[in-house]
Design a protein around this ligand. Structure first.
Ligand SMILES: Cc1cc2nc3c(=O)[nH]c(=O)nc-3n(C[C@H](O)[C@H](O)[C@H](O)COP(=O)(O)OP(=O)(O)OC[C@H]3O[C@@H](n4cnc5c(N)ncnc54)[C@H](O)[C@@H]3O)c2cc1C
Length: 392
């Protein structure tokens, strides 16, 4: 197994790095998911449109749908660099979830209609899956869409809508046929959030930032805005969750670890540099192992995608490892920095107090965002049933 990159791939990495050097303020660190400042959003949208202008949002998509038709390995290199630098790329639901579903299950007309706009970041998308009574058990969703001529009339409530109040449209799952088994009769729409009948209530997240309750009262969506096939959205929900892109979440941990190692190399505790403490070194090593295991699982996914093989164990091992690594990584950070790691930014005693992303205290709170996209317990069930073939 040779994991080294070709000269062209290394040159591509340099191109992405040069772009980031040019477009991001020095020492940029800010998490899109947890920042609600209007200035930040303006900057993030402008930044994302610059990425769009280079064609990189649709890097691997076919050219006829607004993409550049590049290989998936280029996508991974791009994701690694963007994630390492905390690049403020917004519209994850548009280019990740919606585009992934369209590419795998959309008709040619649907791809032509939606993908070029997503590649250009013309609208911001939110995800409308979860409801107050339907989270892990998503098939129990009750938001309804009833056909009325060329339109559907939508009623119901979504919750945990990340970026909802910033978004223009929602990737909405609604029940279009109540008279069939519950895994059937669900359809997906591109749903306009800026219309009468749609309102939001705040849902503040312990990790920082805001998810939302989304209330939908007799709102409308044209039939032409359906994505995939009527009543068959369950297969899409199961098969293409964020399937359009390959992510590199481990690079977020890598940048944190690099900052932590630099801190340990320059900070003394008990009269000696922290990096010389065997216990600290042991914990830093465990953090690096966490990162490398995720990197290897991602490379395995990449190789399967390139060979058009299905993901091993239904993709569930990497999901479980990633979700369970986040709190462990945060815990190890706190074990390294000690009790002062509980201090938020603003105190002179906060370790790495110049970290614009919040330092260890915020890293710890952020690590519990891992329910997004399905909990690790549910991913373990997928691993058991679809991956290992065990009975339900
Ligand atoms: C930061 C964040 C952002 C999110 N963003 C969005 C978004 O933009 N759009 C959206 O639609 N949703 C979003 N979600 C919602 C997310 O998809 C749900 O939180 C997730 O699917 C779990 O659903 P739930 O919260 O209702 O928990 P529940 O399903 O009620 O689960 C509660 C607990 O029970 C466990 N559990 C449930 N069923 C089983 C079972 N059968 N076996 C074993 N354990 C089980 C779960 O693992 C969990 O620990 C977000 C969530 C978070 C935390």
């Amino acid at each position: 197994m040779d994991l080294s990159l070709t000269p062209e791939q290394n040159a591509w990495r340099e191109e992405v790095r040069d772009f980031l050097d040019q477009e991001l303020p020095t020492e940029w660190q800010k998490s899109t998911e947890f920042c609600e400042d209007e200035d930040f959003w303006e900057f993030a949208i402008a930044f994302t449109r610059k990425v769009s202008a280079k064609g990189w949002i649709g890097l691997t998509w076919p050219k006829e749908y607004g993409g550049l038709g590049r290989p998936t390995i280029d996508q991974l290199i791009y994701s690694e660099e963007m994630t390492y630098r905390d690049a403020p790329i917004v519209n994850t639901i548009g280019w990740g979830l919606a585009a992934g579903a369209l590419l795998s299950s959309g008709s040619h007309e649907q791809k032509l209609k939606h993908l070029p706009g997503i590649a250009a970041t013309d609208q911001l998308w939110a995800e409308g899956y979860t409801e107050p009574g339907a989270g892990s058990d998503l098939a129990s969703l009750t938001t309804s869409a009833s056909r009325d001529g060329d339109e559907w009339v939508v009623n119901g409530q979504k919750t945990f809508t990340t970026w909802g109040s910033h978004a223009d449209v929602m990737y909405l799952a609604a029940r279009t046929d109540p008279d069939v088994p519950r895994h059937r009769g669900i359809s997906i729409f591109k749903f306009d959030l800026k219309q009468p009948g749609v309102s939001f209530g705040p849902l503040f997240n312990l990790g920082g930032g805001r998810q939302n309750h989304t209330y939908i009262d007799n709102a409308r969506v044209p039939h032409d805005n359906m994505i995939g096939t009527e009543g068959r959205a369950w297969d899409m929900i199961m098969g293409s969750f964020y399937g359009g892109n390959i992510g590199a979440a481990y690079m977020d941990m890598q940048s944190r670890l690099d900052r932590l190692v630099a801190y340990c190399k320059t900070t003394k505790r008990g009269g000696r540099l922290m990096i010389d403490d065997a216990v600290v070194r042991d914990r830093l090593a465990e953090m690096e192992i966490i990162i490398q295991s995720q990197r290897m699982l991602t490379y395995e996914s990449l190789s399967n995608m390139q060979a058009k093989r299905p993901p091993v164990y239904a993709g569930a091992i990497s999901a479980v490892v990633q979700k369970e690594a986040m709190p462990r990584f945060a815990e190890l950070t706190n074990l390294v920095v000690g009790p002062l790691g509980q201090l938020a930014l603003g105190s002179q005693w906060t370790p790495m107090g110049d970290d614009a992303n919040g330092g260890p205290e915020a890293w710890f709170r952020h690590s519990f965002r891992n329910h997004a996209g399905g909990t690790s317990q549910v991913k373990r069930m997928v691993l058991a049933t679809r991956g290992l073939g065990l009975p339900r």
